[in-house]
Design a binder for this molecule. Structure first.
Ligand code: FCB
Length: 453
């Protein structure tokens, strides 16, 4: 195993964001509310009652943000499209001014030589659809395919990389199992159905992509969050708990999409809520896609814990290890391990790290244009080293997107959690490149060689 950091020719060096987290102006120019607009405006759902009303004001400042990306040297940018900007009713009449925003953004990126990577669904569902059952309604696969087709028609001539859904697991677990994210439900029955419908929608999205004339040379993928699970001990109970946790978080979507069946452990996790799914659905879910997007933040050292619902497993704190403000352990080797595991289990599909980053406290205001974030710098370097090692061990990793370009609205944590390579002063919207942003920029400029020093 080589210790020097090498990344292949043509490697994508990007950063990622999502619509509701950065755009602001959620109801501008004919857009209708999303479920995240409604959730954040519901008392008690976010820290300090924060909402995405203004966020990073990217909807109006996108050109300056694209210039910032270019100054960092990014050659790719992952963003998401707000469904309710484009289709205020979720279906039916298209809001052309909403589409135009994404069209201008894509042109601005191309103008700077930055490859657009568009995610169709990063959690903000039109309320019009939420009120018809949202992800619990089987029809959502058709609603999604229609929305996807519209976007392929409008942007497919210029966007070479698409993703259907961002992190099905978080939508299901946060939105429907534990209720910490929109729409805030708590039901294993709903969660099971939602998981399955997300995969059906993904399958229909891929079919719509193949049917569109623009897409012959572009790619479509699925983005999953993966968190390698390590047993806390070699007891049979801890090992079984680790397998359940791994099935629930890491294999729940990839096994059906790539191997054709759900992990057997899901019966134990969901209990009676889990169903026998129709064979036709399982076929649809296996629709072949072009790349896998992996979001990685942490690992889970796992022990048996009957009190922890629904997996009966919980994480064990690792003394002396560095933890993020989110409670996530910093452990770069798990990123190497998960990339190699994906290749071994699912075969040689191109891999992109579509999100990776860290959350540490930064001051609300940068002083004299400087924002030092040494913990984030360490984490970034460790993770990039892990990616390079995984590549040398044969994992087909083709690109890396840092989460996130900007500090932004971190869902139910509001603005209290910062992940950006670029600091945002929310009282002035001033952007300041953090030390981590400068390090990343140097990594890009030297194709990783600077990491060897
Ligand atoms: C991921 C989300 C992203 C961001 C990061 C920190 O789960 O996809 O929007 O919240 O976590």
């Amino acid at each position: 195993m080589s210790d020097s950091n090498r990344f292949p020719e043509g490697f994508l060096w990007g950063a990622a964001t999502s619509a509701y987290q950065i755009e602001g102006s959620p109801l501008a120019d004919g857009a209708a509310p999303s479920n995240w607009h409604r959730f954040s405006h519901t008392l008690g759902m976010t820290t300090n009652g924060d909402t995405g009303d203004i966020a990073c004001d990217h909807y109006r400042r996108y050109q300056a943000d694209v210039d910032l990306m270019a100054s960092l040297g990014l050659n790719a940018y992952r963003f998401s499209i707000s469904w309710s900007r484009v289709l205020p009713n979720g279906v039916g009449k298209v809001n052309d001014i909403g589409v135009d925003f994404y069209s201008r953004l894509v042109d601005a990126l191309l103008d700077k030589g930055i490859k657009p990577n568009a995610t169709l669904f990063h959690w903000d569902l039109p309320v019009a659809l939420e009120d018809r059952g949202g992800w619990q309604n089987r029809d959502i696969s058709e609603w999604f395919a229609d929305y996807a087709s519209i976007m392929f028609d409008k942007l497919g001539d210029r966007v070479p990389m698409w993703a259907t859904v961002n992190e099905p697991w978080v939508i299901m677990d946060g939105g429907y199992m534990h209720g910490t994210l929109a729409p805030g439900h708590r039901s294993a029955y709903e969660a099971a159905i939602v998981s399955h419908n997300i995969l059906r929608a993904h399958g229909r999205g891929v079919q719509a992509f193949r049917a569109n004339k623009h897409n012959a040379n572009s790619q479509i993928g699925l983005v999953v969050n993966l968190e390698p699970k390590y047993p806390a001990s070699d007891s049979a109970e801890d090992i079984a708990a680790t397998a359940r946790a791994d099935a629930y978080m890491n294999r729940q979507y990839l096994d059906p999409a790539m191997l054709g069946s759900y992990p057997t452990e899901l019966r134990e996790v969901f209990g009676d809520a889990w169903q026998e799914w129709p064979a036709d659905d399982m076929k649809l879910i296996q629709e072949k896609f072009d790349f896998l997007g992996i979001n990685y933040y942490t690992r889970g050292v796992t022990r048996h814990d009957p009190a922890s619902i629904p997996v009966h497993a919980s994480k064990v704190y690792q003394p002396d290890h560095v933890y993020m403000e989110t409670g996530w352990e910093v452990f770069p080797d798990a990123l190497r391990r998960v990339l190699v595991w994906v290749k071994e289990r699912y075969g040689d599909i191109p891999l992109y790290i579509t999100e990776n980053g860290s959350c540490f406290y930064d001051a609300p205001v940068a002083i004299d244009g400087v924002l030092d974030d040494p913990l984030r710098v360490d984490c970034l370097k460790g993770n990039l080293h892990a990616v390079s090692q995984a590549i040398s061990e044969g994992a087909p990793v083709k690109g890396y997107f840092a989460w996130s370009l900007l500090d932004n609205f971190e869902w139910s944590h509001g603005y209290s959690r910062r992940f950006g390579l670029v600091h945002v002063d929310y009282s002035t919207q001033e952007r300041t490149i953090k030390s981590s942003g400068k390090v990343y920029s140097n990594v890009i400029r030297t194709s990783g060689a600077v990491l060897d020093k």
